[in-house]
Design a binder for this molecule. Sequence first.
Ligand SMILES: C[S@@+](CC[C@H](N)C(=O)[O-])C[C@H]1O[C@@H](n2cnc3c(N)ncnc32)[C@H](O)[C@@H]1O
Length: 292
Amino acid sequence: MSHIPVLLQETLDLLDVRPDGIYIDATVGSGGHAEAILRKLEGGKLLGIDRDPEALAQASARLREFGEKVVLRRGNFAEIDALHAASGLPPANGMLADLGMSSLQLEDASRGFSFERSGPLDMRMDPDSPLTAADLVNRSRERDLADLIFRLGEERHSRRIARAIVKARPIQTTTTLALVVMRAIPSRTGLRHLHPATRTFMALRMAVNEELENLEKFLSRALSVLAPSGRLAILSFHSLEDRIVKRTFYQWHREGRTQLLTRKIVRPTEEESRNNPRSRSAKLRVVEKLAT
Ligand SMILES: C[S@@+](CC[C@H](N)C(=O)[O-])C[C@H]1O[C@@H](n2cnc3c(N)ncnc32)[C@H](O)[C@@H]1O
């Protein structure tokens, strides 16, 4: 199944895309949001970035019809200032970061993101980055593993899980890990709709890809690539991510650097949550850069 862009109309409305504008999609993925932005451009351009070469290949095929209106670059959005400078484009009128992973990544068993598909314990969005989930699972000390699963997965059974993992090592596949986690958690606890391994997998994925660290770096540089009145939209799916975005946006507001356009956070409608379960935890926050 292809990736369905989340909160698409809401994002377009809040970015207030103008036909001659410069836009950056810092997480272009399969190009869903990017395509919708490009359809509104006449004379404007879009820079699409992703750290995953497979995502870029998909985006490139999907966005081919837009020709020179679109520039695609592989890279980590933590270095957004350098990526933007290398593109040679002027400051942007709008930028989007749609955090987390795409359905394309989740559904490819060989990438190791899903506990439902047997694959190697990889989970790297950038296949050239050095650390895999197998490294973390098989080499970390039990206490560090427990802390990681507790902090990033908000998993209250983290200690039991870490103990079970250490006992079962070496663990090489996603389904073996899922089974070990499932057996470690007392039955009948946890939410019924959540697979017992969900939180552990999420924690490992976030650690392997340094997702919170990259988000912090991205935010520290994001305003430098925006033109005055340029807008920054961030879609997050994890409470720790949203906390970072919220804290940063309020700080910028207090410092007079941006205006908050989403005092009331934007969430998917019931209809969207029903049609696209991945959207359920989505939160959209948007700011506008003030001329200083
Ligand atoms: C949720 S998907 C984006 C989907 C896209 N909006 C669409 O409509 O198709 C997130 C994408 O961000 C990429 N990504 C995650 N962290 C990144 C980072 N630090 N730098 C660049 N890309 C990143 C992932 O590889 C993934 O393709």
